[in-house]
Design a protein around this ligand. Structure first.
Ligand SMILES: Cc1cc2nc3c(=O)[nH]c(=O)nc-3n(C[C@H](O)[C@H](O)[C@H](O)COP(=O)(O)OP(=O)(O)OC[C@H]3O[C@@H](n4cnc5c(N)ncnc54)[C@H](O)[C@@H]3O)c2cc1C
Length: 313
C-alpha cells in the first residue's frame, strides 16, 4: 500500500500523469490551521499553511486529498509513520480512540501570499458533531496541526475532471459536499464554455454563486429538511427531466455527491438522455448511513460493485 492508495481513484478516463511513477504523485504534508471563516449556512472554510506546503502542487479542478484528523481530545494529528511503504499498516494498527480518521476533501484553492507562503483552503460541510470530520472542523482553531496525503505534482489521478476534446458542453451535478469541487472547476473553465449545472444544498444560504467566465446556467435545488433518500433523489431527477441540455449532443458530465443520487443522475443521463457513458465522470463523495470507514472497508474487501460510485473511494 503506497501513499497513492488513499488518494485513490479507479480511473475510467485516460489520465495524463503516466510520465511520473504513481507513487511520486502524492506525499504526506503537515497542515497548520491559520484561520477559519463561515461561508453560508453549512460551510466552514479552513485555511491551512505550513512549511511543507512549499512542495504542495494542486492540479486545480476537483483536486482531492486525504486528511488525517485527530479524534477525541487530541489537538494535533500524530502518525507513527509517514513512510510510503509502512504508514498504512502503522496507522491501521493504532488503537481505536487514538487512530486519526482518514477523510477525503477537496482543495478549494491553493495560492501564494505576497510573502511567498503557500496557503490552501478547504471548505468543510458542517453536518453534525457526531461525525469526526465535521466535528473537527467545527472546532478548528489557529495553530492546530493535521496531516494529509496530497499532490506533489499537478497532474495526478486525484484530479478527476478531464474534459475530452470535442465536448461542446459541460453538465454538472453536485451536492453540498461537492460544491467546493464544482466551484473550483468553474474557476478554471474558459470563457464561452457552455455549462448546465444542478447544485443541491441543504439551505438557501448555501447557494454560494461561483465566479466563473464560463457561460453557466445553474439550477439550485434546496433540499426539503426531512426528506429521505428516495425523495432527495426524486427531486433532483425531476429538475433534470425538466431541463433542456446545452450543446449539440457531445456533453461531458461531471457528477459528485451522495452516492445514491449520483448513481441515479448518471443513469438518467446515460439511459434517458443518451449521453455517452464514457463521457460521464461520477464519484460518490459519501453515502447516506455509511461513514467513510465503512466505505473504505468495502473498497478494500473488493465488495464495492463496479457501477457503485463509492468504488472510487
Ligand atoms: C473526492 C472527495 C472529495 C470530497 N470533498 C469534500 C469537501 O470538499 N467538503 C466536504 O464537506 N466534503 C467532501 N467530501 C465528502 C466527505 O469526505 C464526507 O462527507 C465524509 O463522510 C465526512 O466525514 P465525517 O467524519 O464528517 O462523516 P462520517 O464519519 O464519514 O459519516 C458519519 C455519518 O454522516 C453521514 N454523512 C457524511 N457526510 C455527510 C454530509 N455532508 N451531510 C450529511 N450526512 C453526512 C454518513 O452517511 C454517516 O451516516 C469529499 C469526498 C470525496 C470522496
Amino acid at each position: 500500500m503506497t501513499a497513492t492508495a488513499s488518494a485513490s481513484a479507479s480511473d475510467t478516463t485516460a489520465d495524463t500523469a503516466d510520465a511520473v511513477p504513481a507513487a511520486a504523485h502524492f506525499r504526506f504534508f503537515t497542515l497548520e490551521v491559520l484561520r477559519t471563516r463561515r461561508l453560508g449556512h453549512s460551510f466552514l472554510r479552513v485555511t491551512f499553511g505550513g512549511e511543507s506546503l512549499a512542495e504542495f502542487r494542486s492540479g486545480g479542478y476537483d483536486q482531492s486529498l486525504s486528511l488525517f484528523l485527530p479524534v477525541g481530545e487530541q489537538e494535533h494529528t500524530e502518525l507513527p509513520s509517514t513512510d510510503e511503504d509502512t504508514w498504512f499498516g502503522a496507522w491501521r494498527a493504532m488503537p481505536d480512540g487514538i487512530r486519526p480518521v482518514m477523510r477525503s476533501y477537496t482543495v478549494r484553492e491553493q495560492r501564494r501570499t505576497d510573502g511567498g507562503e503557500v496557503e490552501v483552503d478547504i471548505d468543510f460541510v458542517l453536518h453534525g458533531d457526531s461525525s469526526p470530520a465535521s466535528r473537527w472542523a467545527g472546532r478548528a482553531a489557529a495553530g492546530r496541526r493535521i496531516m494529509a496525503i496530497g499532490p506533489a505534482v499537478a497532474e495526478n489521478k486525484s484530479v478527476r475532471f478531464q474534459r475530452p476534446e470535442g465536448c461542446d458542453a459541460v453538465l454538472m451535478y453536485a451536492d453540498e459536499t461537492a460544491l467546493p469541487a464544482a466551484a473550483a472547476i468553474l474557476d478554471r473553465l474558459p470563457a464561452g464554455t457552455r455549462v448546465k449545472a444542478w447544485f443541491e444544498v441543504p439551505h438557501e444560504d448555501d447557494r454560494l454563486g461561483p465566479h466563473t467566465l464560463a457561460d453557466t446556467d445553474i439550477t439550485w435545488i434546496v433540499r426539503e429538511k426531512a426528506a429521505g433518500a428516495a425523495a432527495r433523489t426524486e427531486r433532483v431527477l425531476s429538475e433534470l427531466r425538466a431541463a433542456r441540455l446545452p450543446g449539440a449532443g457531445a456533453p461531458y458530465a461531471w457528477l459528485a455527491g451522495e452516492a445514491g443520487t449520483v448513481r441515479a443522475v448518471r443513469r438518467h443521463l446515460v439511459q434517458e438522455r443518451s449521453v455517452d457513458r464514457r463521457a460521464v465522470r461520477f464519484t460518490g463523495y459519501w453515502r447516506l448511513g455509511a461513514s467513510e470507514e465503512q466505505l473504505l472497508a468495502e473498497a478494500y474487501a473488493g465488495k464495492a460493485p463496479s457501477e457503485d460510485p463509492t468504488s472510487e473511494l
